[in-house]
Design a binder for this molecule. Structure first.
Ligand SMILES: Nc1ncnc2c1ncn2[C@@H]1O[C@H](COP(=O)(O)OP(=O)(O)OP(=O)(O)O)[C@@H](O)[C@H]1O
Length: 268
């Protein structure tokens, strides 16, 4: 059998396959970061907040980010969400590369493709629960998918509170509303920054179980920054940062294994 190395040779096929696979795997991924650096300041005041970060989050996965204070966790979250731009490297959100994107388009993409859950809930008390949940749609001029909205509201367990104001809800209920708001656009990536930081441990665990359930039951992808090894143990994998570098990835973490890694990285 003969073959034309120009058309079928290892190099030609390999290269085309490589490009095709890259494109496919990027759209399979909720998030991909490749060789990401983020440097703040110059000279004496220079801080290398992220150094050579490469990571890929498959859709429908729950990943925690841990590391000592100042290790770059928030910077990683912000670069992943397009809130901050890497100094070097590339970020793909749901297969779309973010570098070079104009600010207005990046803002739109962020509204449509990411959902944020904060420690402090950040709900608007002037609006009732229903309007808080659908606010990202109104801000982004996006249509309401009624079936998805009902599924989300019922899954987070606040269907009987839709006409209440956030101040009339417990902390755990408010965080559930915030999770529903993060999900309403059916984003590529839900970013959670210390989502249980303001909750007692029992309520915190219920919120973590909910985050895990939106991954397994609704197919969402969650990236969560936390200081708490128990919180991290709800994720399917944990990324450990130290001095801006990704130093370890732990699969199927237990709280004990996470705490042990953190102690090694110098944090109690
Ligand atoms: N806008 C900025 N300008 C200058 N330095 C910054 C800026 N943002 C972050 N840094 C620095 O980058 C490093 C990483 O910060 P980052 O907030 O990502 O860490 P972190 O792991 O989230 O910390 P923590 O757990 O304390 O919240 C720190 O040294 C921080 O001081």
């Amino acid at each position: 059998m003969t073959s034309d190395p120009g058309e079928h040779g290892v190099t030609g096929i390999g290269f085309r396959d490589h490009i095709r696979k890259e494109t496919e795997s990027n759209s399979d991924s909720a998030l991909r970061m490749e060789g990401v650096y983020r440097t703040y300041g110059t000279g004496e005041g220079r801080v290398d907040a992220l150094q050579d970060i490469s990571v890929r989050l498959a859709r429908g996965t729950f990943t925690a980010v841990m590391g000592p204070s100042g290790s770059g966790k928030s910077t990683l979250l912000h670069c992943a969400a397009g809130l901050d731009r890497p100094t070097r490297g590339e970020v793909w959100l749901g297969g779309t590369p973010l570098s070079g994107m104009r600010e207005a388009r990046l803002t739109r993409l962020r509204r449509e493709r990411t959902g944020f859950v904060f420690q402090a809930y950040n709900l608007l008390n002037a609006l009732d629960v229903q309007d808080n949940i659908t606010l990202p749609l109104r801000i982004g001029g996006l249509p309401l998918d009624r079936a998805w909205s009902e599924q989300v509201v019922s899954r987070v367990g606040i269907a009987d509170r839709l006409r209440h104001r956030p101040s009339e809800l417990s902390g755990g209920q408010q965080q559930r509303v915030a999770i529903a708001r993060a999900l309403i656009t059916r984003p590529d990536l839900v970013l959670a920054d210390e989502p249980t930081g303001a909750l007692d441990s029992r309520t915190g665990r219920q919120v973590l179980a909910l985050l895990r359930d939106i991954v397994t039951e609704l197919g969402q992808t969650v990236l969560m920054v936390t200081h708490d090894p128990v919180a991290a143990s709800y994720a399917q994998s944990v990324l450990f940062l130290a001095d801006g570098r990704l130093v370890e990835r732990l699969e199927s973490p237990t709280a004990e294994a996470v705490a042990e890694r953190m102690a090694r990285l110098g944090e109690e």
